[in-house]
Structure formats: structure tokens, C-alpha cells
Write a protein that binds this ligand. Sequence first.
Ligand code: UN1
Length: 502
Amino acid sequence: MIDTATLRDKARAALTRCGVSDLDGDVLTARSPVTGEPLFGIGGSGDVQSAVASAREAFLQWRNTPAPVRGALVRRLGQLIGEHREELADLVGIEAGKIRSEALGEVQEMIDICDFAQGLSRQLYGRTMPSERPGHRLMETWHPLGVVGVISAFNFPVAVWSWNTAIALTCGNSVVWKPSEQTPLTALACSALLDRAIAETGAPAGLHRLLIGGPEVGEQLVDSPDVPLISATGSTRMGRAVGPRVAARFGRTILELGGNNAAVVSAAADLDLAVNAIVFAAAGTAGQRCTTMRRLIVHEDVADELIDRIAAAYRRLPVGDPFDDKTLVGPLINEAAHDRLRAALTQAASEGGQLLAGGERELTDDASGAFYVRPALVRMPAQSEIVRQETFGPILYAMTYSTLEEAIDLHNGVPQGLSSAIFTRDQREAERFLSADGADCGIVNVNAGTSGAEIGGAFGGEKETGGGRESGSDAWRAYMRRATNTVSYAEELVLAQDVSFL
Ligand code: UN1
């Protein structure tokens, strides 16, 4: 196992190469879940008022910068991220405990969204509509909102920031970022790279401000009247607090909250493909993606075979040091995550669940602050309470069904609605799952797992997942305000709806 001194050196080297100066301080202590030990204290500001004020000032200039010129900033950011791919992946591995391939994948999402945002800078299209009045033109234009507050979680410490930031900047906004307290180092690195891109492209200096601090800093950002949009990623509990507070001041939110993602595996599934997809989606990232597969709804004819094969794969999964190339499952983020996982497994057992694999702590002893757990597979009765909850760790609950109707009911019968999947070679089943009375999630896949979405689509979910959409497609619209314009070139006043007056 890599030791804390090596992690510390690696982190310092990566930060220096990303251009972070003035690292040390006592505002927060950076830690690594890999060894569970503190790395070093860091400085930084949690002064929300001054961050918002300077972002607001930068916005006033940025909103009048042509969008394709704004696109040049995100292009430069994407290049710098590409040049520092290894360092950023190091930091993601150190702070979030991701294995190399997944850490690099997360960095790739940043590069991809910068590409996307740059293209978007020439495509912030508004519509024109035929006017009912002669000599009139009706059209819509899109304008930036102002300062966008980004609140991000530990598990995708850089990608989710980049989805929001690349799009928000392209749309003409400025950004104030409150990252998770668990991942301040990745935030410092990203912020330094963006500062460099801002300086090199001549964009206004306050365009991006990073807040370092605890939850109270996030709360002040949420309440700030000068932040018209808050994009927050985290638990449903967090969203329940953030949503109404922002709404009370008529601000807007993009909420990306809890998921409780399921796969339906039909009797017509390609089981080889399904097993691989399920193991990645359920056990990958140590079950700490919002898109992690948490429920498996399997047709009774193939249930025993499929569940046996997943259990066998789980028993073989290399759990351990994420910096070891052979590892596939790294650590949980902290002890609280481990406590919640154990509590969920206890409840599952009390509700008739049968643990088929995993669930136990491995590699470290009670005294260690690092928590490695073999992903757990639990066979559950279809009706139970625990499967309705999101436990942010690697537990997969397997249930069986006999008709597709029943499977879809089970699938939709949870409060969350982020991501879903069906494994089947039967086109009718697939289409039914994709239809309006099929899966009720924001992301619905066929023969592909619930996690690992591409940045080109809109990302987010329904119900208690919060309804927000980030990243690709037309998610940019949430970062802009729409103006409907009527332009008259008629000689006389013409009123709509044939109204006469005067
Ligand atoms: C998250 O877990 O908050 O679809 C984001 C995925 C990744 C993003 C996950 N592209 O799994």
C-alpha cells in the first residue's frame, strides 16, 4: 500500500505543476481516503461576499464579450487540463481514492466538456417564430444570468465542476465554486489552471473564484442575492435544504441529487455483456457514483445464473490501493461512509436479505482511518424498505421478477430517478422500457450500465434526484435567461389578438 508520505509528495508535486502557489495554511486539512491520514493543512478564502462581488464585476465585462471569444477561454482551459492530465488524475486518486483508469476518465470528461463548450460558443441559438402581426418579427435571444454558484461533491471532484464551469463561462456567466471539504486539492489545481487560462486569453480576472471552507461557506453562497443560479451536486438531504432557500429569493437551481439506479435483466439478455456491465456499474468507483447501480431486477428464469456469476466476480475483485494498477476497487471516502454501509447491510439482513458476497472491511484494521470494503451483493425480497434508500457505497440488491410490468413497477418504485438500464435483446422490451410508461429516470439505457454517461447528453434525473440537467445537449439553457423579442417594422401600431385601442 502506498504510504501517506508518498501521497503527500505526489500531491505537492502535482499541485506545483498545476501552478498552485501559497498552498499551506490552516483553513482546511486535506486528507486521503487511501491511507485515511491527513496530508497537510491548506489555506484559501471562504469569504463569499468578496468572491461574489469580484465575480459579479467580471461578469459585467464578460457578458459583452462575444460568445465565440468566450469559447477561446474554455478551449485554453481544455488544453491546460490535457497537459496536466496525469497530475489531475493523481490528485483525484489521492483525494477521492479512484483507481487510475477512472481518475483519468474523470479528467477526460473535463477535456470533453471544454471541447463541447467551445463548439457551443457558436451555437447559442435562439428561435424565430412567425408573428401574427404584419411587419413584425418575433424571436428569442439568450443572455447570461450573472454569477453561477457551483457546489460540488467529493466523488466527481473535477468533472462536475468542469461541466458547470465550461458551460457557464461559455454562456457569459462568471463562477464561484464551493468544492467538497473532502477534495480541496483537486479544486485548487483546477482553479489555478483556469486562472492561467483566464490570464492568457485576456478574460477578466474575477471570472472564477474558489471558496475554501466548510458547509457554512456553501450556505452563504446559497443565500447570496447576487447569485442567480446555484448548481448543486450532493445528497437529496442537501438538495432539500438548498432548493427552497434559493427558491425563496427567486433564484434558480440545478440540482443533481441522490440516485438509486437499477438495471432490469430480462430472460432475453446477453448475460455475458450484462455481467460485465453490472459489475462495473455497481462495484466501480467503490459504489460512490451518483449513477452507481444499486438495484438489480432480474427475470426469475435467469436470476440464479446471473446472481451466481456476479457473486463470483465480486469475490475475485481486486480491492485495495488505487495506485496499484491491478486494483479495481479503491477505498470508501471515510468512516462515516463505512458506518452507513454497515448499517444498510444490517437493515437489509433484518428485512430478509441474504448477503452473497462482500460487505466486509478488508486490508486495514480498526485503528486505521482507511476503509476498504469488498463490494456487497445482497439477494433481497422484492418489497423491502432498505432498497428504497441510496446508500453511497458498493451494495447491490438483487431482486427477481416474472413480468416486465412488474419489473418496471419495481424499477420506478423508489423516490429517486437518476439512471436506469435494461439488458435485453428483445426489441419490444427495450422500447417499452424507453417509452413514456417505462423507466421514469433522467437517464435510460439499453444494454449499457447505469454509470459512465458521456458528456454529450444532458445529465441529471427526476423525482428526488432534483430535476436538474448539466453537461451536454441543451443543458446550457439553464445557465442563460431567455428574452422574447417582438420587433415591429410596421408603419402603424398593430396589436396582437386583433385588439383595437385608440
Ligand atoms: C456523479 O456521480 O456525480 O455518468 C457523476 C457517470 C459519470 C458522472 C457521474 N460520467 O457515471
